[in-house]
Design a protein around this ligand. Structure first.
Ligand code: GDP
Ligand code: GDP
Length: 466
């Protein structure tokens, strides 16, 4: 299970700076997508082969009212559900009443929390940290300077050791190569080809696992009931995959599927009346559990910020994606046109995903939704041989040469696949770090089109031999 780390602290202590550091590898991958929301709340990172989820809870100052109070409440919820909380304070401004309030909350809720003293650059860190001992956090504070990336990697490694136990070198293999670095311990393309071919075959035999994701009230339960009402449920509530989501095995048209149901708590046997609270953590983990995420959006209210955040997390997590705009039965033509336009414009960053306009209540569009889920899974778990990818790369290059850098042309030599769900294409060449965004986009778009990849992100890594 991927551990969840929540960042908490009053405004301006450096939470978003730290968040960006901790999720940097992903940022580099998604930075090229136009329209992606920048003020992310959830992100993923990976250090030494160990993935983690980070939630930026937003600032808590203690005197919020109205909408801000609602947000602060959500932040506190995220804290309750996280495996570990990083409580960030500002070495420059010293301790404040808001810091004390947050410390009290963490103590009262018995959270596993670590104090992080940020902005220690250019300061005598230890004397500045001293006053924060009064917060009574019980552990040695981490001293960092997020903006200079100082202390961050040591901190995250220690936190992961704390959560997961020490890193097992044998199990995890060599530490992750730094971005763009060639890892000599890596299997050869031929070895990877064989392994991925086998993995793709296993995917084809295995049942597809999809999750129904969305904000409260968008119609997730109605959709799940609609799907299950029509199909044969084989096992309800498989034990122990995610903390809260329910996993259901069912058959549709003779084919088995696994459904990860994040709305399902209230349907759980013996628990008839339980007020469901929206759980960000539960949702994030369900996304990571499944192969395909079906994100449900409420057509009546239209797109809201939270939908965009969930979608960007699905994008980052690399899962295949299908979008269901629900409650379509209840809208007049004008409203429908308006929402379609809004979706086309604001969801450009996930334009690889099929969008279906459905009515979970009446069952309209659910069949088509399934076809898209199947298609997305197939794309996400496809394997292409090094031969095929290299030939395609050569075609792409001869159609359009990469630009010259310092009088030398960037060379792209061969490509191989580096993973499935999401498919990763590793492009090898010289001076690849100098490739322009527009050239990369041309290359990525052509690969996507020629390989007929839909419904899944297609990731690229560029490696340089010199
Ligand atoms: P947030 O409101 O908690 O998310 O804080 P931000 O990440 O937006 O940071 C607030 C300000 O503090 C920004 O101007 C950052 O550049 C600055 N900042 C963040 N980390 C550091 C640091 O380690 N050292 C210094 N000197 N400034 C920092
Ligand atoms: P969840 O919180 O996402 O699981 O949402 P629910 O499935 O509980 O649905 C919330 C409300 O929206 C309920 O009152 C549903 O009856 C209603 N609803 C769900 N799907 C549809 C639909 O397709 N059309 C209409 N008109 N209402 C719907």
């Amino acid at each position: 299970m991927t551990p969840v780390i929540a960042l908490v602290g009053r405004p301006n202590v450096g939470k978003s700076t730290l968040f960006n550091r901790l999720t940097r590898s992903r940022d580099a991958l998604v930075a090229d997508f136009p329209g992606l929301t920048r003020d992310r709340q959830y992100g993923e990172g990976k250090v030494g082969g160990r993935p983690y989820i980070v939630i930026d809870t937003g600032g808590i100052s203690g005197d919020e009212e109205g909408i801000d109070a609602e947000m602060a409440r959500h932040s506190l919820l995220a804290i309750d559900e996280a495996d570990l909380v990083l409580f960030i304070v500002d070495a420059r401004s010293g301790m404040t009443a808001a810091d004390e309030m947050i410390a009290k909350y963490l103590r009262e809720h018995n959270k596993k929390a670590f104090l992080v003293v940020n902005k220690t650059d250019g300061l005598d860190a230890f004397s500045h940290a001293a006053e924060f001992y009064a917060l009574g956090m019980n552990t040695e504070p981490f001293m960092i300077a997020a903006v200079h990336n100082r202390g961050v990697s040591t901190m995250i490694t220690q936190l992961l050791d704390n959560l997961l136990g020490p890193r097992d070198e044998e199990d995890l293999g060599p530490k992750e190569p730094v971005w763009g670095e060639v890892n000599l311990d890596e299997p050869t393309p031929e070895e990877q080809d064989a392994a991925l071919e086998q993995e793709a075959q296993e995917h084809a035999d295995r049942q597809l696992k999809f999750g129904i994701i969305g904000r409260p009230n968008v119609g997730k339960s109605t959709l799940v009931n609609r799907i299950l009402g029509e199909e044969r449920v084989i096992v309800f509530d498989l034990p122990g995959t995610t903390r809260d989501a329910i996993t259901i095995l069912f058959e549709r048209k003779g084919k088995p599927y696994t459904l990860v149901d994040t709305a399902g708590i209230r349907r759980r046997k013996n628990v008839t009346e339980i007020a469901e609270k929206f759980s960000i953590v539960k949702t994030l983990q369900a996304i990571k559990e499944c192969n395909v995420a079906v994100v449900v959006i409420d057509g009546q209210t239209g797109l809201v910020e939270q939908d965009l955040h969930l979608l960007s997390f699905v994008l980052e997590s690399g899962r295949a994606l299908v979008i269901a705009v629900n409650k379509w039965d209840n809208l007049d033509q004008e409203k429908r046109d308006q929402i379609k336009k809004d979706i086309d414009r604001r969801l450009e960053f996930v334009d690889y995903a099929d969008v279906h306009y459905i009515s979970a209540l009446h069952g309209t569009g659910v069949g088509e939704l399934f076809r898209s889920v199947e298609k997305a899974y197939k794309s996400a778990t496809s394997h292409w041989s090094t031969n095929r990818l290299t030939t395609l790369l050569q075609d792409v290059v001869s159609e359009h040469q990469p630009p010259m850098i310092h009088g030398r042309r960037i060379k792209l030599r061969y490509a191989h696949q580096g993973g499935l769900n999401p498919p990763i294409i590793v492009v090898h060449g010289n001076q690849t770090a100098a490739l322009t965004t527009s050239y990369k986009r041309y290359l990525m778009n052509t690969f996507r089109k020629v390989l007929k990849v839909t419904g899944t992100p297609l990731r690229f890594e560029f490696r340089s031999g010199e």
